[in-house]
Ligand binder design. Structure first.
Ligand code: AMP
Length: 128
């Protein structure tokens, strides 16, 4: 994927890939959807299970979301992430949640997303 790292000070870009997926303009392999969140398979999986969970609102990052989203949106999104992990059967074996935020993280898509990865032993949290 040739994309520039996310600029955290830039306004929300309605043409980002996940915005297009949320509007149904681009396809995705949907795993879960409710009022607050959509979950779909990552197109370049890094683990046997690799699902992205995105809030439906227009938020670039965790910083943006935690500062501006309503209590309902925050609760709904958090519950959705937990529900998706449960429905994917990851709770017993364990899993990793990754949210890349801003340049040092390598965030490429400027719409908040949590990666849910599992299905194998994931090794060190941050590879050396
Ligand atoms: P990040 O670096 O956290 O912004 O990760 C963005 C993720 O989005 C990467 O893991 C990509 O593989 C994934 N991705 C990009 N385009 C798509 C797409 N059209 N459908 C599903 N996943 C995508």
């Amino acid at each position: 994927m040739t994309m520039a790292p996310v600029d955290p000070s830039a306004p929300y870009d309605r043409d980002n890939i996940f915005a297009k997926i949320l509007r149904g303009e681009l396809p995705c392999t949907k795993v879960y959807e409710d009022e607050h969140a959509l979950a779909f398979e990552d197109i370049h999986p890094q683990a046997p299970v690799h699902v992205l969970v995105v809030p439906k609102g227009e938020y670039v990052s965790w910083d943006d979301f935690s500062a501006k989203a309503s209590a309902d949106e925050i609760a709904g999104y958090m519950r959705a992430v937990g529900k998706v992990a449960r429905e994917l059967g990851l709770v017993e074996s364990g899993y990793r949640m990754i949210a890349n935020i801003g340049p040092d993280s390598g965030q490429l898509v400027p719409h908040l997303h949590v990666h849910l990865c599992g299905g194998t032993n994931l090794g060190r949290m941050i590879p050396a």
